[in-house]
Ligand binder design. Structure first.
Ligand SMILES: [Zn+2]
Ligand SMILES: [Zn+2]
Length: 922
């Protein structure tokens, strides 16, 4: 369905779709724009719609009140409360309740849940208003430069279900909003224009009215009324009003500052100009941003197009001409202000994202955060503002915003921790990126989009950086789309393939939810597919899901090896095909109880460890994924750095304290809205829940998650949980491997056995192993020292014999001595080789030996020999033949290869000797 068709559908009957009683009462007339044909409603007669109008409020606000950001909200909040709207707290900017979005991009997203590809609404009150922070990164190039673009903004969301108690429809909505504009902000009715528009979303659509004042869109009320498409639609059962108004704009229209940033960032802009000593040319700045923030004829359209920077530059050169200045001079004056605005915006976005549990990284939404963070750091650096720290700016934001968002206060320190870690990381990665950029520029290779994606994913090298450093000429326009596709492909691959033959089967009754301890059951066979896959009317077999491995066991005497759930139907896969099972048979099912028991314990441990990690590390810790098997479990958490030994010990200790406290684990099913209200979005550790009813697993006082797995009844049943391994598996994700209960005991017994074996070989007891090893190391150190001393004494003698044993080349001007002996090491060769070429200046000394997984090569060349061939060249030639690389100076060279080439060592030596001979002839 196209927007055009809908527009003509609604425009053909304006009385039905757009007209409200207020328009008649106050005298708003419907008019058509002579330039674009859009319809709009205004008291005064106008030629064109507000799209073509410049911002007429800068330095001349049309309101009777002056409201900065926070005060604008306070007034609006009081107003809507007086109109019987529930004022609800903002939702997190990290959108945990929808798997298709990283960030909350509009206030209505708060209340949308996706089920089976359809959007349903979940309103905690009716009607309501929310000051929702929204994050959008599609216009990030214009932020700080245009005077009005943001990477995060507050959408005042007025939301209402028209068909539920308390609900209303468009007549009352426009009444309420009109009064907000005229009474709360003090705008004269003649200033207000309502523009007709349409809105469409996932299978639903409706008409909308946009509110404009002096060219600035202040709000948009969407009336979602229909389901279907323009040819076939019906009125929805629950019609939704979604009015969104940018708080930044509502404040701006009352303040009339040159940019929207001055009134939206509170004290931050002034503090930053003071900190950086940016005071020059206030009259130029005022004039410049008045034009830049506003619309200059058709340039406005260009400015709003997605290509960004270039168009800003076009407008800038027009302004320079207009002001009678050179572009360079103008740029020098305004760039500090642009930097201040940009950094103020970016830090505010980071503040909300980190407070709500996201981390800058190379993956998912974290990528956008890292981009704006690095953009801020590089701006501060470029401006030479080395004393300005992002943490300080964050403090300023929190000081201002806490009157509106008190929850930010409790994350003050966490946010600064993350910003510091990321700032340090930036310095390191920039060095690496710069080396890579130089390499690419030098290689003159044209990079494909796949190359760029690979560099981005494996090394964190952003295409923006490569562009800035001149290594590439442009960022492929589809880079981010392709990246996103790649990730959704991965997600699709992970999801199950549909199994044929399950259509029309009733939902399987899930006995494992009714009584987790019941492992034996009787059931009726509903269907057998390919003599191998069995569907029952009920089952106690837990199917693979949520990272939990499936149960195994038997159906009669037939072995079940895999269990999976497809929609509501559980499918049992048998090890062997059979003809002994038919539809209608009653069978006896038996779940392998021991296996289930172990998996259940590892599963419950992930809940305990996840909260233990969050409590010990920080609020950014979320479950990234988890895996629960019979022998061990795995929990991947979001965290910025690899864990230290102390951190692992602290997590382990907290987890075991919870086990010792023997806390009850309760499981209750709630409606989704109730669960979210009662327990917050923390419940979505394993991703969004695509269901109206949510199973909440509550480890009393410790951890609450939505979860469909199997759990113990009290934490004490776990006995012990031991983290066996931890590693940083990707940027921003740390993996914990662990064992619990019997597996933990097995693990510890295994360690003890190893310890006993070591003790035995040392001839001591396991209690004295450490002491014994330290003593042994002392003896070894002493022996090493002795050997060194002896080597010093005898190496001149060996050097002489080396010279005698060396082969003289046919020309007679050089001697070659080569040795391959695994008993000798670098210490020996460096000592002897050095002496040998001192003693005999025409000698080339070549040594090769293996060590571990590698082969080492050491080469010395005497003063005369090195004039014919460099030691470094010889080392390189041998190393290449051994699958490695090498190099060095005239006198000394070294290199190495892989142990896989061990058999080739003698051949390599021979062939390089021949090479030396050839060289020394010439
Ligand atoms: Zn128009
Ligand atoms: Zn669970």
């Amino acid at each position: 369905m196209g927007k055009k068709e809908l527009t003509s559908l609604f425009s053909s009957d304006p009385d039905r779709y757009y007209k409200v009683p207020l328009f008649d009462k106050v005298g708003f007339n419907r008019q058509a724009c002579t330039r674009c044909g859009k319809f709009f409603w205004s008291i005064v007669n106008k030629e064109s719609c507000p799209d073509h109008e410049s911002y007429g409020f800068i330095n001349d606000p049309p309101t009777s009140k002056r409201l900065d950001y926070v005060h604008a909200w306070k007034e609006i909040e009081a107003y809507f409360r007086s109109k019987n709207h529930a004022i609800i707290s903002r939702y997190p900017v990290v959108c945990r309740w929808r798997d298709d979005l990283y960030f909350t991009i509009a206030s209505i997203v708060n209340f949308q849940r996706v089920m089976g590809g359809k959007v349903v609404f979940e309103l905690p009150a009716n009607p309501l208003v929310v000051p929702q922070m929204c994050l959008r990164f599609n216009d990030v190039e214009n932020v700080g430069l245009s005077g009005r673009h943001y990477s995060s903004f507050c959408m005042v969301g007025q939301t209402c279900n028209a068909d539920l108690p308390g609900g209303y429809w468009k007549d009352k909505c426009v009444d309420i909003d009109y009064e907000m504009l005229t009474k709360v902000l003090g705008i004269r009715p003649e200033e207000i224009t309502f523009v007709e528009d349409v809105w469409m979303g996932a299978g639903a659509f409706g008409n909308s009215l946009e509110y404009f004042v002096r060219g600035l869109e202040l709000g948009n009320a969407v009336f979602t009324e229909f389901e279907g498409d323009e040819n076939n639609f019906h009125i929805m059962k629950n019609k939704i009003i979604d009015m969104g108004a940018g708080l930044e704009r509502l404040s701006w229209i009352t303040m009339g500052t040159p940019t929207s940033y001055e009134c939206s960032f509170g004290t931050v802009i002034e503090a930053l100009t003071n900190m950086t000593g940016t005071f020059n040319h206030p009259e130029v700045i005022g004039k410049y941003f008045e034009i830049m923030s506003g619309k200059i004829g058709e340039d406005y359209v260009m400015l709003n197009s997605s290509s960004g920077m270039r168009n800003i530059n076009t407008v800038r050169s027009l302004i320079a001409k207009n002001m009678g200045m050179s572009e360079d001079v103008l740029a020098r004056i305004i760039s500090p202000y642009e930097a201040i605005y940009t950094v103020a915006d970016h830090t505010r976005t980071l503040l909300f994202a980190i407070a709500d549990g996201s981390l800058p990284s190379n993956v998912g939404g974290g990528y956008n955060l890292r981009i704006i963070l690095r953009r801020s750091l590089s701006l501060l650096e470029r401006m030479g503002w080395n004393d300005v720290k992002l943490g300080t700016i964050t403090d300023l934001h929190i000081d201002y915003l806490r009157q509106m968002y008190p929850e930010l206060e409790e994350h003050r320190d966490d946010i600064k921790t993350i910003l510091e870690i990321e700032s340090e990381r930036y310095v390191g990665s920039r060095e690496r990126m710069s080396a890579l950029a130089t390499y690419i520029s030098g290689a003159r290779k044209k990079l494909t989009i796949d190359d760029l994606i690979k560099m981005y994913e494996s090394d964190g090298v952003t295409p923006e950086y490569l562009l800035e450093s001149g290594a590439i000429q442009s960022i492929p326009p589809n880079f981010y789309t392709k990246l996103a596709e790649l990730h959704s492909e991965q997600a699709a691959r992970q999801s199950q393939k549909p199994i044929l033959g399950l259509e029309g089967l009733p939902a399987t009754r899930l006995l494992y939810y009714e009584d987790e301890t019941n492992h034996e059951f009787e059931a009726t066979v509903l269907k057998v597919i390919d003599n191998k896959f069995v569907v029952l009317d009920q089952t106690a077999f837990y199917p693979r899901g949520g990272g939990q491995e499936p149960d195994k066991g038997k159906l009669n005497s037939l072995e079940v090896v895999e269990v999976s759930k497809h929609g509501d139907v559980v499918l049992h896969e048998l090890r062997n095909t059979t003809n002994n099972l038919n539809e209608g048979n009653i069978i006896n099912g038996k779940v392998d109880a021991q296996r289930r028991n172990s998996i259940t314990k590892h599963h419950t441990s992930t809940h305990i460890l996840n909260s233990a990690a969050r409590n010990n590390l920080g609020p950014w810790v979320w479950q990234n994924s988890a895996y629960k098997d019979e022998d061990y479990g795995r929990l991947d958490i979001t965290h910025h750095s690899a864990l230290t030994k102390e951190e692992i010990e602290r997590i382990e200790k907290s987890a075991n304290e919870i086990i010792t406290q023997n806390l009850p684990v309760s499981i209750n099913v709630y409606s989704r809205g109730e669960a979210e209200q009662k327990y917050t979005f923390r419940i979505y550790q394993g991703g969004a829940a695509p269901s109206n009813n949510i199973r909440i697993v509550n480890i009393e006082g410790w951890d609450i998650e939505a979860c469909g797995g199997t759990h113990v009844r009290r934490t004490g049943e776990l006995g012990l949980v031991k983290i066996t391994k931890s590693e940083r598996i990707q940027d921003g994700v740390v993996r914990l491997e662990f064992v619990a209960a019997k597996s933990a005991l097995n693990y510890l017994q295994g360690l003890e056995n190893s310890l006993n074996t070591i003790a035995q070989s040392l001839g001591t007891s396991k209690e004295k192993v450490v002491e014994s090893i330290l003593k042994r190391n002392e003896v070894t150190d002493l022996s090493k020292k002795k050997i060194k001393a002896i080597l010093r004494k005898v190496s001149p003698l060996i050097a002489k014999s080396v010279s005698l044993e060396a082969k003289i080349t046919p020309g007679g001007n050089t001697k070659i001595y080569s040795i391959y002996d695994d008993q000798l090491d670098d210490e020996y060769h460096i000592s002897v080789g050095e002496k040998a070429v001192e003693h005999d200046k025409s000698l080339i000394y070549i040594a090769v030996f293996t060590r571990g997984e590698g082969i080492s090569v050491i080469v010395f060349a005497g003063d005369n020999a090195s004039k014919l061939i460099k030691a470094g060249t010889v080392a390189k030639e041998i190393s290449i033949r051994l699958g490695g690389s090498g190099g060095g100076s005239e006198r000394f060279g070294q290199g190495g290869g892989s142990i896989k080439y061990k058999e080739k060592i003698n051949d390599a030596l021979l062939s390089v000797e021949e090479l030396v001979v050839r060289h020394c002839k010439e």
